[in-house]
Design a protein around this ligand. Structure first.
Ligand code: ZN
Length: 131
């Protein structure tokens, strides 16, 4: 980054008072590898900020999956393995399963590994076995 660009960023009003206008040479050029690293770092920051877990909420005979930030941003949410895994076990109603669960993994048989993740204020979980 050139001194002229640094001054223009720090004090945009100084651009008008600059002795010369900015030129393309004032703009830094980054390698594709550096840009890829910056994009990956920003993506990781967004995932960390928004949370990158999948959740499922069972309520009676209904259920809904909350997809991870990565899944939502991928454009492939309709192909989500976590959603498909929950659909495999949601074919029957289990009252002990009602509530909110984090989907930690999908096993080799395509079944979800669930960990209870009720939110404060949710009704108390029914006593029962985990799904
Ligand atoms: Zn998903």
């Amino acid at each position: 980054m050139t001194d002229a660009l640094r001054r223009a960023i720090a004090d945009p009003g100084s651009v008008h008072a600059a002795s010369r206008p900015l030129t393309p040479d004032d703009v830094p050029v980054y390698s594709q590898a550096a840009l890829d690293r910056a994009v990956a770092a920003e993506r990781a920051r967004v995932y960390a900020e928004l949370g990158n877990d999948h959740f499922v909420i069972f309520a009676g005979d209904r259920w809904t999956v909350g997809h991870s930030a990565e899944c939502r941003l991928s454009g492939h949410m309709h192909e989500c393995d976590y959603h498909a895994a929950v659909a495999r076990i949601a074919t029957w109603h289990d009252p002990g399963r009602d509530g909110r669960w984090r989907i930690d993994a999908v096993d080799s048989e395509g079944l979800p590994s669930l960990v209870r993740a009720d939110l404060p204020g949710d009704p108390p979980a029914a006593q029962g076995e985990t799904p």
